[in-house]
Design a protein around this ligand. Structure first.
Ligand code: PMP
Length: 307
């Protein structure tokens, strides 16, 4: 059995994880009718403090995902942050963690629909390190799968059922020996990674697909755009990216809460730039680690202390 959390926030309180039970007819289990989030808590050893990174932005997206799914949720962003802190304090972690809030349609009924059903909230957390193996020199492939389209299942929502698309992409890439995959939109533009947004550097300009290219509107993506402009003085452009631009770009990296900033140095056996992590990726990675651990005063407002 994998490592399990000791506690969960469920039915309005922190309880032992083992005591939280749901029935096999639970709607979300059959139809993927759940939305989730993924946050990180970063341990700052010097301060003896854990910082949750941009919880306000994560929980705003969480509630918007719920809205897409017609879920009536009474909780506010402040409520959700409070529950998360309560849970993390119960766990008492003194290490980096991943935080997983989940809202699922909890009715035990047969029948696919969204309306007239009741969401239940659960929040869990676990110690967490790196997500993408080789995050300084990842080898990535172009998936043969396409990204789900906004008119099928909106990728801008973090909807459980939509992650079957991610699972297809990720498993085929890993079983073929790659660390990750890039996935294209139906019309053949670069959309994102299986669970990361993507950036390329061409002639010193940072380029990333727009939110209308079936991407998840990533919090790390937004963070990188801000840091690149503010701290590195870079021009950042949101536009379609052609598949072949990936083969000739100078640098390429993936961003995500789990993946953080993952340098990609090869795509389908072609070297990206020099074939080693580039200077802009390196600078952004270093800056990012300072920011998330509370070592950059200017960005302390993105952090929520737990203890
Ligand atoms: N795209 C997808 C499909 C994802 O699942 C994630 C991870 N949440 C991301 C992008 C990155 O988003 P964020 O930076 O908010 O974690």
């Amino acid at each position: 059995m994998a490592n399990l959390p000791r506690f969960v926030f469920f039915k309005g309180k922190v309880m032992p994880y083992a005591d939280a039970k749901i029935g096999l007819l639970t709607h979300a289990l059959h139809y993927g009718t759940a939305v989730f989030g993924g946050l990180r808590g970063y341990w700052n050893e010097d301060e003896g403090q854990m910082y949750i990174f941009r919880p306000r932005d994560h929980y705003r997206r969480f509630l918007l995902s719920a809205k897409l799914m017609r879920m009536d949720v009474d909780y506010t962003i402040d409520d959700l942050i409070g529950f998360t802190k309560e849970l993390l304090r119960a766990e008492g972690y003194r290490t980096d963690v991943y935080i997983r809030p989940l809202l699922f349609l909890a009715d035990e009924v047969i029948g696919v629909r969204l309306h007239g059903l009741h969401p239940e909230l659960a929040i869990m957390s676990l110690p967490f390190g790196t997500y993408v193996a080789n995050d300084t020199n990842a080898h990535v492939t172009f998936s043969s799968w396409r990204r789900i389209d906004d008119n099928a299942i909106p990728a801008r929502g973090k909807i459980a059922g939509a992650y079957v698309n991610t699972a297809f992409i990720k498993s085929d890439a890993e079983l073929a020996g790659f660390d990750e995959a890039l996935v294209l939109t139906q019309d053949g533009h670069v959309s994102e990674g299986s669970a990361e947004n993507v950036f390329i550097v061409r002639d010193g300009v940072l380029i990333t697909p727009p939110v209308t290219d079936n991407i998840l509107e990533g919090i790390t993506r937004r963070t990188v755009i801000d840091l690149a402009r503010e701290e590195l003085g870079l021009t950042v452009v949101e536009r379609h990216i052609d598949r072949t631009e990936v083969f000739i770009c100078d640098e390429l990296f993936l961003t995500g809460t789990a993946a953080q900033i993952t340098a990609v140095t090869r795509v389908d056996h072609r070297p990206i730039g020099t074939g080693e992590m580039g200077p802009i990726t390196r600078q952004l990675r270093e800056l990012f680690q300072q920011v998330v651990r509370g070592k950059h005063p200017k960005y302390r407002h993105w952090l929520e202390p737990v203890y």
